[in-house]
Write a new protein. Sequence first.
Length: 281
Amino acid sequence: MERDDERLLAEAREGRREALEELLERHQRRIYRFGLKMCRDEEDAKDVLQDTLLAVARGIRDFRGQSSVSTWLYSIARSFCIKKRRRGKYEPAEEQRVGSEGEEEVTRLPDPARPADETLAGRQVEAALEAAIAALQPMYREVLLLRDVEGLTAPEVAEILGLSVDAVKSRLHRARVAVRESVAPRLGIPEPAPARPAGEAACPDVAALFSRHLEGEISSDLCAEMEQHLAGCPRCTARCDSLRATLTLCARSPAPEVPQAVQHSVRQALQRFLTERPPQA
C-alpha cells in the first residue's frame, strides 16, 4: 500500500486529479473509522472525514513525503477530532481512568454463560471491545487506536501525537491492559483463582509485561523468566492469552463503509475545491 500511496502522491502533486481522488478514496474508510472511534458520534465522524480529505487536497502540493501518507492523514484527522473535543461534544459521561502508576480503575463486564450461538457471542465480544475502547480517556484511546487498530508503528504514532516513542509505549501498555480487563470476561478464557503457597511472591503483572514484549522492550533474560513463570501459572497464562485475543480483535476491527450520503458530500466538496483550484505541479 505504501508504494501505491507514493505513486499516487507523486501523480497527484503533478496535477493528476484522478490520482488525488484515488488516494483519498483508498484511505477514507480508515479515516472514517478513526473519527467514529475517537469522536463517538457519527455526525462528528462525517465532519472529520470531509475536513481531513479537503485539507489533504489543499495541502497535497506542499507535502514532501517526509512521513508516510498514513501518518500525514491521521495527523490531520486527529487535529479535527481535537477541535470536536474542545467543543465538548463527544467525551463520555464516565471514562475508564487509567492510574498514573499503571493501576487501572476498571468496570468489569458481567461474566455470563457462553452463548450457544457463536455469531451472537462474537457480536457480544465486539460490542464489549467497542465499549472498552470508548471508555478510555482520549490520550489512551488514540494511542490504542493508532497502534493496534490502524496498525501504525510506535514511531509513527509518536510522530502523529508529538510524543516520544517511550511515552507512546507507556500509554499503549496501560490502554491495552485496561481494555483487556474489560473484554476478558467475554472471551471465554477462564482465569483460575491464584493458588500459591503461603509466603510465595505474588505474580508479576504479566499482561503489562506481555505488552512490553510485543513492543520489544524486555530483555531476553526477563522474557525467559516470564516464560518460566507462565509454564507453572495457569492464571497468568490465561491473562496473556486474553490480551493476545484482545489485540487480535483490535487488528481485525472492520473499517466501516462510508455512508453513500457522506461519500456524495465529500465528492461534491472536493469537486468544488478542485474546480476552483486544481492541483498543479
